[in-house]
Design a protein. Sequence first.
Lengths: 207, 207
Amino acid sequence: MTDLTEIASPVLGTLDDAGRATLFTDARTANSFAPTPVSDAELSAIWDLAKWAPTAGNSQPLRILYVRTDEGRERLLTHMNEGNRAKTASAPAVAVLAVDTRFHEHIPALLPFRPEMKDAFDADAELRTRTGTFNATLQAGYFILAVRAHGLAAGPMAGFDAAGIDADFFPDGRWHSILVVNIGHPGTNPWFGRLPRLGHEDAVRWE
Amino acid sequence: MTDLTEIASPVLGTLDDAGRATLFTDARTANSFAPTPVSDAELSAIWDLAKWAPTAGNSQPLRILYVRTDEGRERLLTHMNEGNRAKTASAPAVAVLAVDTRFHEHIPALLPFRPEMKDAFDADAELRTRTGTFNATLQAGYFILAVRAHGLAAGPMAGFDAAGIDADFFPDGRWHSILVVNIGHPGTNPWFGRLPRLGHEDAVRWE
């Protein structure tokens, strides 16, 4: 017997082929960018989409620094590995993704029925670092797909001097950079042939 | 002057409102599931979509154990935190997401023009752990959105005994669990009211 006050099971939509192509099957990491600018409104909209995907306890530890000025890009280039500099130099916008090491200060606002979680994270720095890094990295995955959702190419890069970026751009020590993502419209010859993906025999098991 | 052999800048598609709703704006973490089964074909298709999103050096360290049998679910429940057991017990399928600690063995096949990266990771266990964990976590973010792309609800949970799961399900020690994701069609009253998201003033800076 079903309680009539219950909400019936919602039926969910699926992503159509065009959406799958835009986010997954046709999307590619861009290594060069067209000079077409990316507006601040577009960059804001990327976050406004990515922010909805889930994090543990709604903790949302990801932070974003958008670098669009020539001066900012010049500073950022000095911290990139040499093999990544030309790519970042050609990108109209660059996002430095970071974890907020004091993300737990927002918990009373973000998880109003469990405000005491703030104190638990305050008392346990190891738990805080682990939770913050894990969930900010999950959100970095959402962010890359949200860039693509806006018709833009993403170029994520792990090759940079994180301590150098943090000292230069986040001098108060609160944000720690985890990934740099070039953002723009693809340029000429923006990517190589697609590399293979692991098959089920290597990646998936069943129980 | 443009070299005529160059490929012109591709124009990318955008994700429409229905796709944004399915993956981001309307999608919710489900806490209860309908008895409607999820087929092995659906579970396979989730990986076949998620696998296309990018990883550093095409390293793809994420691995997936799909648990669908009653016996497997009973074993898994013993490792879940008490607050997560009822959710997992009601899910028709559960994915244990893991990092392959020897992901680098696939590099000669996945990154054929830089096979020497395998040796670099072989010689530096700290780099290997850091790269594997970071990229598997990015892929966990892609995986959650790929579940939603198939019209299914995801219920990601960090509250479990990882050492217990690893010893029980991955006894050879090669895979390390990082996240457990319930998968199915939402049940009655599957979620609470939506929790707030951080505003731009807290999450975004500009340079």
